[in-house]
Write a protein that binds this ligand. Sequence first.
Ligand code: 5GP
Length: 187
Amino acid sequence: MQIADVQDDIDRVLLTKEQIEKKIAEVAAQVDRDYADKNVLLLAVLKGAVNTLVAFSSQLHINAEIDFMSLSSYGDGAVSSGKVTIRQDMSVDVRGRHVLIVEDIVDSGLTLSWLMALLRERGAASVEAFALLNKPSRNKVHVEVKYPGYEIPDEFVVGFGLDYDERYRNLDSIAALKPKVYEGDHS
Ligand code: 5GP
């Protein structure tokens, strides 16, 4: 029996595992310095940011608490509408906490800006963000991402937590899929 391999569906790797790890290590070193005297709470948005959170938190030397939130934004599918709803809320009270959001990708920017506003409204002492990827050409709103990762072109990417139809999250690189993968998908 031939073993299925997600690599077979990849058209092009945009960022290798090594490039991702290098950037995450740089950001972790910066966060170690910036939060040396603070108790940071890392908040990852499920599910896409899980890989980034694990890689990032294991590079941090400071004590970091971890929490999760699951959000959904309704739009026409490809474009976030900015109407975000909470599928699963975090388990920690953010009042007085220094929250660092860990995000996979900023596309329109609507999800992240909504989340930052919510945490401030809930009384967080500070709210900052680390986004591994950003698509500047797609940004609809300006979001202050204190710790930016890589800028990528306007292309749908998968891997390192990011999915297409719940697949490819387990790829260790960031990649574009072969067109055949989308063929027959009219959703
Ligand atoms: P925004 O609110 O910034 O438009 O949406 C951000 C969310 O859209 C991300 O957290 C991610 O779930 C999804 N997204 C945006 N671009 C991509 C992409 O290229 N690939 C994947 N897999 N998800 C994306």
